[in-house]
Design a protein around this ligand. Structure first.
Ligand code: CTP
Length: 407
């Protein structure tokens, strides 16, 4: 099952240089399972051809409100869509939409989609334009009006503008970022909506000297997948991560840490306002007992490192947890996997522990998949088949939502 299977998305493209990025967005949406109906303005057709979108979406592309045989497209297209995304939204498109014009197919679709506050159909505008046009009071007023009407606007980013125009605010966010926001529009908002979720990810690094460190093979994939899925479900997500090998997902607040002590401090800082804590990180359990400020020289004799234990972050949070907060831990084991999982769940006072066997193929560090058993506070155990970490993230969050709902 892909995240957007069974969803129809109306992708409106207006005429700006950023419309070349919309082709990639159409592809991401289609690959995620969505049926994408592309509506191009006259301006967009100057920048990019309809055939590009037809090939990427496998569906007819629309642009003419008066096309023969398509008299009711402006009613049908928004009615069939679960969400509407306009990327890029030019200054002109924003002005027309803010004033309720219906002078082309795309603006007619926007009106026919109904009141965004009651239609249950999210509409996302992704403005992109020259920085002077973006900061012009007319555009600011139009942006404010669009928000007032109930549309979502994704602010443009700072960065390189069209050739020779230097850099400034006005650049369209990358397709992957827009894609994540579309996910949040489409996801039915349940118990996690507007809840605060703290997720940890990745391994930590314990310095031996200024250039060397102790760490482990964690890549952060599991924690990052959970953070992205929680954000899609409408949560405010704080992702406290050691160095990770995957991109930080759009929308989440990222707190970058290096050592276990830094991770512990960040978790404690954010815990008091958290409705859920999901400790998917693999914090290093030992740190160098002595501080060495200069690079150690290589010698021919053997070397002994004196190590001291780090804080057990989960255990240290027990007294600081908010009443009703749902706490999830992980356990990666090589021996007595389930009994170790049960022991850790109890000793760290967890609502749920996700246990996996490090020696099983496709499970553990670095892979895109995992095979786990979930052990809950009430003693129930659920053994799950091998699956993508992104799928597992959703199952873990289903369990978190069930607990939040029951509290
Ligand atoms: N954990 C933690 N603080 C640490 C180490 C681990 O909070 N210093 C968390 C992990 O994020 C995970 C859970 O505790 O959610 C279990 O991690 P694991 O390394 O399996 O547990 P340990 O208590 O370190 O036990 P072990 O002796 O098996 O390493």
């Amino acid at each position: 099952m892909r995240p957007f299977d069974g969803r129809r998305i109306l992708l409106g493209v207006s005429g700006g240089i950023a419309s070349y990025k919309s082709a990639w967005l159409a592809r991401l949406l289609a690959q995620a399972g969505a049926e994408v109906d592309v509506v191009l303005t006259r301006g967009a057709l100057e920048f990019i051809g309809a055939i590009t979108f037809e090939a990427l979406t496998g569906r007819p592309v629309h642009s003419d409100v008066f096309a023969r045989g398509h008299a009711l497209d402006h009613i049908r297209l928004p009615r069939e869509a679960s969400a509407i995304v306009i990327a890029p939204a030019t200054a002109d498109l924003m002005a027309r939409a803010a004033h309720g014009r219906a002078d082309d197919l795309l603006t007619a679709c926007l009106l026919a989609a109904g009141d965004p506050r009651t239609s249950g159909k999210g509409v996302l505008f992704v403005p992109a334009m020259n920085d002077q046009m973006w900061s012009h009071p007319q555009t600011r007023a139009n942006a404010a009006r669009l928000r007032e009407i109930g549309y979502m606007l994704l602010d443009p980013e700072e960065g390189m503008l069209a050739a020779g125009e230097g850099s400034g605010p006005g650049r369209m966010p990358e397709p992957a970022t827009i894609f994540a926001h579309v996910g949040r529009l489409l996801e039915p908002q349940g118990e996690l909506a507007r809840r605060r979720v703290v997720v940890t990810a990745g391994g930590t690094r314990e310095a031996i000297d200024p250039v060397r460190f102790l760490s482990n093979r964690s890549t952060g994939k599991m924690g990052v997948a959970i953070a992205a899925a929680a954000w899609r479900r409408g949560a405010d997500v704080i992702l406290i991560a050691g160095p990770v090998e995957v991109d930080i997902p759009a929308g989440v607040s990222h707190v970058a840490v290096e050592s276990t002590e830094q991770m512990a401090a960040a978790v404690l800082h954010h815990l008091s306002s958290a409705d859920a804590l999901i400790m998917a990180a693999a914090p290093a359990d030992y740190t160098s007992a002595v501080r060495i400020d200069e690079k150690m020289k290589r010698t021919t004799s053997s070397l002994q490192l004196d190590l001291a234990p780090t804080t057990d972050i989960l255990r240290d949070t027990v007294s600081a947890r908010r009443n009703g907060a749902v706490i999830v831990g992980f356990a990666l084991e090589t021996n007595d996997v389930l009994s170790e999982g049960r022991r850790k769940r109890a000793s760290k006072d967890l609502d749920l522990i996700v246990v996996n066997d490090a020696r099983e193929a496709g499970a553990g560090f670095g892979t895109d998949t995992n095979r786990v058993t979930l052990i809950a506070r009430d003693g129930s155990e659920e053994s799950l088949p091998l699956m993508q970490k992104t799928e597992l993230a959703d199952i873990i969050l289903d369990r978190v939502e069930a607990r939040l709902g029951a509290a």
